[in-house]
Ligand binder design. Structure first.
Ligand code: PMV
Length: 396
C-alpha cells in the first residue's frame, strides 16, 4: 500500500496503532487549544518576493463522499458536514503559465484550454471563481494566466470534474502565492488551497489531500471547519486501506440539474433540518465504524446516505430524479450479490445516475467478476472506471 504514513486520517496497520493513537491524542489536545480560523486568516500579509513569469502544475484527484454535502449557506458554507474518500485514478491536471503584466486593469486576464483546445465557454466559471477568491489572492489581476487543464477520465463520462479541477487550479494559485511568500508552510498551503477550492465548488475542498477528508463543522470532530477540509483525525482500520471504488458509467450525458440548483432547493425543503441533523449523526456513527473496521455498519451508513441524497432531490420543489432505470437495476443486483456472496460490496451515488461501487481490496477478484458478469450490461457502452482510495494531489 503506498504512502502509509502514521497519523490521523491515515489507514493504519495494527502494529502502528499504539503510536498513531498517541499521536491522535496529542493532535486532539493541540486542536482543542487552537483558535478557530476565520476568512481573515486567509488574507495574505504583504508579499516578500516577486514572481515575474513561470509555470506551475498540479494533478488533483476527484473524491467520493460517504456522508454527503447537500445544501449550503452563503459563501459556500455547508449546511452539514461531509466526509469522502479521496480517489486515485480520476484526476485533473492543470498547468498555469503566468506572466506579470506591466499594466493591469479591472479585469482578470487569462486564457483557458481544455485538453489542448481553447474553451471560451468554461471561462465565466473561472472568472466567477477568481472574483470570489481575489480578496485572498490580491495578485490575480496583476498577471496574465494561461490555464491548461485535462482530465484522466473521459469528459462526457458524467463524472463531476468540478472537484478535481477546482482543487488543481486552487493548488496552482496557492503555489504561485508561495513564490511570493516563500515562508508559507506546506500545511498552510494545503489549508488555503482547500479554503479557495471550496469557493469554486464545495466538494473540491476535500480533494487537496488524501485519503479520508472531512469538511464542515461537526461537534464530534476536533479541528473540523466549515471553511476547509481536514484529514480525518481519528484512527482508521487497515481494512479501509486501498479501498476500491469502481465507477459504473450508467449515463454519460450532461447533468440535468446543476448541483448549485440542487443545493439551493434545500432552502425551505420540508426535510432539510432532519437531513442536516442526520448527516451530523452519521459522522458520529462512523467514528467507531472506521476504528473497528465494522463493514456491515459502513455499508448501511454509506448506502443510506446515497439514497437520502436522492430522496432530497425527489422531495424538493421543484422535484427531480437523477437516477435512471439502470441505476436501480444495479442497486438491486448489488443487494442480491451481497447477500449471496457475503462480501461487503456497497454502492454510493453522486448527483447523477452513475454508481460508485465501494469494497475492500480483499474482495476485488469476486466483485470484479460480478461486475463483468452482471453489471456491465447496465453501463453505457459497457464502460466503467476502476479507481480506489488515493493519497492526494501531486505537484507536476
Ligand atoms: O461540490 P458541489 O457543489 O458540486 O456538490 C457536490 C455534492 C455531492 O457530490 C452530491 C455530494 C458530495 O458531498 O460530494
Amino acid at each position: 500500500m503506498p504512502d502509509l504514513g502514521l497519523g490521523p486520517g491515515r489507514i493504519l496497520h495494527h502494529k502502528d496503532d499504539a503510536r498513531a493513537n498517541k499521536k491522535c491524542v496529542l493532535k486532539t489536545i493541540f486542536a482543542q487549544i487552537s483558535v478557530q480560523m476565520t476568512d481573515n486568516d486567509f488574507v495574505p500579509v504583504p508579499y516578500t518576493h516577486q514572481a515575474m513569469a513561470g509555470k506551475i502544475g498540479w494533478e488533483a484527484p476527484s473524491n467520493i463522499a460517504l456522508v454527503k454535502y447537500w445544501g449550503k449557506k452563503a459563501n459556500q458554507i455547508p449546511a452539514n458536514p461531509s466526509i469522502s474518500f479521496t480517489l486515485s485514478a480520476s484526476t485533473t491536471t492543470t498547468l498555469v503559465t503566468y506572466r506579470k503584466l506591466e499594466q493591469f486593469g479591472e479585469e482578470f486576464d487569462f486564457d483557458f484550454l481544455f485538453e489542448g483546445t481553447a474553451k471560451e465557454e468554461f471561462k465565466p466559471k473561472i472568472k466567477t471563481f477568481f472574483s470570489r477568491i481575489e480578496r485572498f489572492l490580491p495578485f490575480l489581476k496583476q498577471y496574465h494566466f494561461t490555464i491548461e487543464s485535462s482530465n484522466s477520465f473521459p469528459h462526457s463520462s458524467g463524472i463531476a470534474s468540478s472537484a478535481s479541477s477546482m482543487a488543481a487550479l486552487a493548488l496552482c494559485l496557492v503555489a504561485l502565492e508561495k513564490r511570493l511568500n516563500p515562508a508559507m508552510s506546506p500545511e498552510f498551503l494545503t489549508k488555503k488551497a482547500s479554503f479557495l477550492a471550496r469557493l469554486g465548488s464545495g466538494s473540491a475542498c476535500r480533494s487537496v489531500q488524501g485519503d479520508l477528508v472531512q469538511w464542515g463543522a461537526h461537534t464530534g470532530t476536533v479541528g473540523s471547519s466549515d471553511l476547509y477540509g481536514i484529514k480525518y483525525p481519528y484512527a482508521v482500520h487497515p481494512i479501509f486501506g486501498n479501498y476500491q471504488d469502481t465507477i459504473l458509467l450508467v449515463d454519460r450525458g450532461p447533468k440535468q440539474v446543476s448541483s448549485t440548483l440542487g443545493h439551493d432547493l434545500m432552502h425551505g425543503h420540508p426535510f432539510s433540518q432532519q437531513r442536516f441533523d442526520q448527516a451530523q449523526q452519521n459522522l458520529t456513527k462512523l467514528r467507531p465504524v472506521f476504528e473497528e473496521g465494522d463493514l456491515d455498519a459502513f455499508v448501511e451508513i454509506v448506502e443510506s446516505e446515497a439514497l437520502t441524497l436522492h430522496a432530497m432531490m425527489m422531495t424538493s420543489l421543484p422535484y427531480f430524479v437523477l437516477i435512471k432505470p439502470n441505476t436501480l437495476e444495479i442497486i438491486n443486483k448489488i443487494w442480491a450479490f451481497r447477500q449471496k456472496s457475503k462480501t461487503h460490496l456497497c454502492f454510493t451515488l453522486d448527483a447523477g445516475a452513475n454508481v460508485h461501487l465501494l469494497y475492500p481490496e480483499g474482495e476485488k477478484g469476486e466483485v470484479l467478476q460480478f461486475i463483468k458478469n452482471e453489471l456491465v450490461a447496465y453501463c453505457e457502452n459497457g464502460q466503467y472506471i476502476c479507481d480506489k482510495i488515493g493519497y492526494g494531489p501531486k505537484k507536476m
